[in-house]
Design a protein around this ligand. Structure first.
Ligand code: ZN
Length: 337
């Protein structure tokens, strides 16, 4: 009998997230209903200095045309399970004023949202990363995203996470996003790559509108629907479709956790959970574990500190998988009849 912490929550085989750069208001009308239909929470990539304002970024194709979500609008999405990442103060070059772009932007966003902001997304091209890099960890971020077209492994460098685009139609992308994005259409949608490597694919989108402005990085509602449909179809129930903070928290929890066998009986076995230090900003402290049974047993149940776990995430003759709020020192017991 072998108990182990799952690579991904609920015993899923890969993780999928989607992010909205610039966090435009248009997504309330054109993306949110699709998210609700597929039960996939999104992630906003917010420009801290322009909350609720019409965009004014000189180099941006959206300047003067799209409005950023306000703090109040983002808080409503957070209630629905969405999360928010920091996309700097001005969407400018991080090197010019890294204190404002990296540290103050975090504080401004946290004040507007009333909660910690744990993720930073590099604005513009990724070459701006190096000089500002030393500020990310000291500012208290748990992770930094690039947009360099990779599928993340299941044990990634959290300060070098990647985003890519899940193209679902021949003809996409109409244009390269920027180097290194000059991709041709990928009939496997990168989702199969994530499934094969048991990794984490983070999908990248900007404006969602029936009338996109930048076709190579925006989506129409139809394209977004097709993407989610593809995620659910390829995943077949083994996909963990969630916002990125949940995934980052889970990775940090998993890294801190060890299960040690402590008892073997006729009708029970028990393990102890050792949980090393988890960074304070981690919000979700749940873990999933799978128990591989050496032979089928009848009526297996899991007890954590002598309280029964209400339900299994997955169960068959040889495996049971469950999720719980983890604390250091917990006693985890399997009972059967
Ligand atoms: Zn941006």
């Amino acid at each position: 009998m072998n108990a182990q912490i799952c690579t991904w929550k609920y015993g899923c085989k890969f993780a999928y997230s989607i992010t909205y750069d610039e966090a435009f208001e248009d997504l309330l009308a054109h993306a949110l209903p699709i998210h609700r239909r597929y039960n996939i929470p999104g992630h906003l990539v917010a420009v801290a200095g322009q909350l609720g304002q019409v965009r004014h970024v000189p180099s941006s194709s959206y300047s003067g045309k799209c409005r950023h979500l306000s703090g109040a609008q983002m808080r409503e999405l957070i209630v629905e399970g969405w999360s928010v990442g920091d996309h700097s103060m001005t969407h400018g070059d991080l090197n010019v004023n890294p204190i404002a772009e990296v540290l103050e932007s975090k504080r401004v966003l946290e004040n507007a949202l009333g909660q910690a902001v744990n993720v930073f997304h590099l604005p513009g091209a990724d070459f701006s990363f190096a000089p500002a890099a030393r500020y990310f960890e000291s500012a208290g971020f748990l992770a930094v995203f690039f947009a360099d077209d990779r599928v993340n492994s299941n044990d990634p460098d959290l300060f070098g996470l990647s985003r890519t685009l899940v193209y679902v139609r021949a003809g996409q992308p109409e244009f390269p996003l920027y180097d290194p994005f000059p991709r041709v259409y990928d009939p496997y949608h990168r989702l199969h790559e994530a499934l094969d490597c048991g990794g984490w694919i983070v999908d990248l989108t900007h404006l969602v509108s029936p009338e996109p402005i930048a076709l190579w990085k925006d989506a129409t509602p139809e394209i977004l629907d097709a993407r989610f449909n593809c995620v659910r179809r390829v995943g077949g129930g083994w996909e963990w479709a969630t916002e990125p903070e949940q995934v980052i928290d889970y990775i940090l929890m998993r890294r801190a956790a060890t299960l040690t066998p402590i008892e073997w009986g006729d009708k029970h076995s028990a393990w102890q959970l050792k949980l090393a230090d988890v960074p304070t900003p981690v919000k979700s402290r749940e873990l999933s574990a799978t128990l591989e049974l050496s032979a089928p047993i009848s009526n297996p149940s899991i007890w954590i500190d002598r309280q029964p776990v209400a339900k299994f995430d997955r169960q068959d003759d040889r495996n049971v998988t469950w999720t719980w709020l983890a604390r250091d020192g917990q006693r985890i017991e399997l009972r059967w009849q």
